[in-house]
Design a protein around this ligand. Sequence first.
Ligand code: SAH
Length: 346
Amino acid sequence: MLIMDIRETSSKQLIAFLQQHNERSFRAKQLQDWLWKKNVTSFEEMINIPKNLQETLKESFSFLQTEICKEVVSFDKTTKFLFRLFDNEQIEGVLIPSHNRVTACISSQVGCPLKCTFCATGTLGLKRQLHFWEIIDQYVLMNRRAEKLFGISISNIVFMGMGEPLMNYDNVFKAINIMTAPDGNGISPSRITLSTVGIPEKIRKLADDGFKANLALSLHTADNDKRTLLIPANQIYTLEELTKALQYYVEKTNQRITIEYLLLNNINDSLEDAKKLCLFCKVFPVKINIIEYNATETQFQSSTPEKKAAFTAYLETKNLIVNVRQSRGKDIAAACGQLVAKTVLR
Ligand code: SAH
């Protein structure tokens, strides 16, 4: 029989377990503090839990481990981590330092089912979903490294690693809830961004569930046919459906949406493309992030600096908020899925 991981237990289950073993129920709160606030990785570290109870817990629950198995540092200090999960599957995370902040990019699935044609993770397919505690493990392990490497804790978290967060909705939602809870890691939801390819029914669900973090949409083109070529899932979740869901989301949450736009040479970087993007952005408040393509083994290339400048300038004439994001960690293959793709597929 498989034993349950200690982090899968609810308060109720923990209290019942403690009662069964003639232990006081206040131990449940102590245990949860160790798990979600102090983020220990073993029962032995729970020093206010008596040794015999530590032993009983050890016999009754598993405490599955996530480990950093590889760390690669870029000339710009961006640091990429390869994690080994309890079942030997691998995922990636990245720490991106800038001025006085460090952003952690984390994964939501092992691999990804979407097969976006420009993305390295797409080549892997979906291996399995991540448990919510494996999502938190990435944050905890990288936070320790951030403090060592840069002298500061992680300030922002983006779900832009491997996987589609809205296809692992429950685990991602639960992980964000714990990371933002006052009796968890206490991170402000405004410092967390969930990036999605755009699944209309799940975007509505986020709004209905009272999602408080930021939402980013990987749009990459506002032309429906072109988008299907880049993102095959667009065939099912069309731009029209997506627009309606985003309108619903904005009305309900009052939040601005971040539009991610990867500029690909001669694919989506003409003035015509910029015009289409403006039209798409007309119906709700947005902020546009222009992303530089991190070259992978695909047919795509980054736009030229001239085209990028013209594209951005056009958007600015339409009074849109535009940020141009420089590619980070180019030399260490820091884009989504590249490290695992290299390690696993070699
Ligand atoms: N599935 C989610 C989150 C993971 S991908 C989503 O689609 O948003 C995170 C972001 O990285 C997406 O905007 C994705 O389009 C982008 N991306 C993927 N490969 C990239 C590459 N080689 N260079 C730059 N950005 C890339």
